[in-house]
Design a protein. Structure first.
Length: 290
C-alpha cells in the first residue's frame, strides 16, 4: 500500500480564538492537527508533523505569528508524526516525564518502524532524530505565555503511557493528541512484544475525565475540530469495542477479530482505519474484566 505524502499544509491555518491557531490535517494520514497558541510574551507550538521539513514549515509559521515573541514547543505524545520534528526546532521543548521516558525507551524503534514504510514517509524522516526534551516536568505544568496560561496535563496511560493534553482555559480549547480522532477507528499501537503500553480500559477512563472538564473546542490528533462530542464519540466507540470483544472472549482470537470487525464496520461504514480494529481487540483481550 502506498502512503500519501504526509506533508503539513501550513497555508490552511484556522483561527480558533484570538491568537490561537490550528493547522488542520485535512484528513491526510500521518499528519496531525497542529496548534499555535500565543500570549503577550511567548507562543507555544503543539506537535511538529512528521520529520524535519514539516517541522521547519511549522516553526516558520510560528515565528511569523510570534513577531519576536519567544517560541516554545510541546508534543501530545511521542509518536513520530507528532514529535519527530522536534530536533529541527531551535527553542525550548517541554514535555512531561512519562513522555520523555517514552521517547528515550521507544523512540528509536518507532523511527526505524516508520522508515520501514518507505516512500514519502521514509523521505520525510530523512535526517530525523529521536528528540530530547529541554524541560521535563512532573505532574501538571502551567506555562505563562503572558496574559494567557496554558496547562500541560499528563493524563496517565491511555493511547500511550506519556499522553499529554494541552488546555487553553481562557478559550476553552483542548488539544488531545491521539486520545481522540474523528472519522476513523481509534489507533491502538499494540505491537507485542515491542510495545503493549496502550490500554483500552484506561483510555476510556481518561476520556471520561476529559469529558467532565467540559471543553468548548476539542482539537483531536487527527480529523475535524469539534466540541465535546469528539470526546464522547471516541469514548462510546471504545466502549463498543470493549463490549463486543468481551462478549466473545471465550472464542479464538481470530474469530473474535473477524466478528467484531464485521459488527463495527457495519456500524461505522464511513470510518477509515479498519486495520486498527484487530490490535484494539487484541489489547482488550489482554485486559481483564472488572
Amino acid at each position: 500500500m502506498t502512503i500519501p505524502d504526509p506533508a503539513v499544509d501550513v497555508s490552511g491555518a484556522v483561527d480558533l480564538a484570538p491568537d490561537l491557531l490550528v493547522v488542520p490535517n485535512h484528513h491526510v494520514g500521518l499528519v496531525p492537527n497542529i496548534g499555535i497558541i500565543g500570549g503577550t510574551e511567548a507562543v507555544l507550538v503543539v506537535d511538529t508533523g512528521l520529520g524535519p521539513e514539516n517541522a521547519r514549515a511549522v516553526f516558520a509559521l510560528a515565528d511569523e505569528v510570534a513577531r519576536g515573541r519567544r517560541v516554545l514547543l510541546t508534543t501530545t505524545h511521542f509518536h513520530p508524526e507528532h514529535a519527530f520534528g522536534a530536533a529541527a526546532f531551535d527553542g525550548t521543548y517541554v514535555v512531561g516525564r512519562a513522555q520523555a521516558d517514552d521517547l528515550r525507551r521507544k523512540g528509536s524503534g518507532y523511527l526505524e518502524m516508520f522508515r520501514g514504510f518507505g516512500g514519502a514517509v521514509a523521505d520525510r524522516l530523512s535526517g530525523a532524530e529521536v528528540p530530547v526534551p529541554d524541560v521535563v516536568f512532573d505532574g501538571e505544568h502551567v506555562l505563562d505565555l503572558g496574559g494567557r496560561t496554558v496547562v500541560l496535563r499528563p493524563t496517565g496511560r491511555g493511547h500511550t503511557l506519556g499522553d499529554q493534553v494541552v488546555e487553553v482555559p481562557d478559550a476553552g480549547v483542548l488539544f488531545t493528541g491521539d486520545l481522540a480522532e474523528t472519522g476513523q477507528f481509534a489507533i491502538f499501537p499494540w505491537f507485542p512484544p515491542h510495545d503493549t503500553d496502550v490500554s483500552g480500559l484506561a483510555w476510556i477512563a481518561v476520556l471520561d475525565r476529559l469529558i467532565a472538564s467540559s471543553p468548548r473546542v476539542v482539537v483531536p490528533g487527527h480529523g475535524s475540530v469539534g466540541g465535546i462530542g469528539v470526546l464522547e464519540g471516541v469514548r462510546d466507540y471504545l466502549r463498543e469495542l470493549r463490549d463486543e470483544t468481551w462478549r466473545r472472549r471465550d472464542s479464538a482470537v481470530a474469530d473474535i477479530v473477524a466478528e467484531v470487525r464485521a459488527v463495527l464496520v457495519a456500524r461505522h461504514p464511513e470510518w477509515v482505519g479498519q486495520e486498527w480494529i484487530e490490535p484494539g481487540v487484541a489489547c482488550l483481550c489482554s485486559e481483564s474484566a472488572p
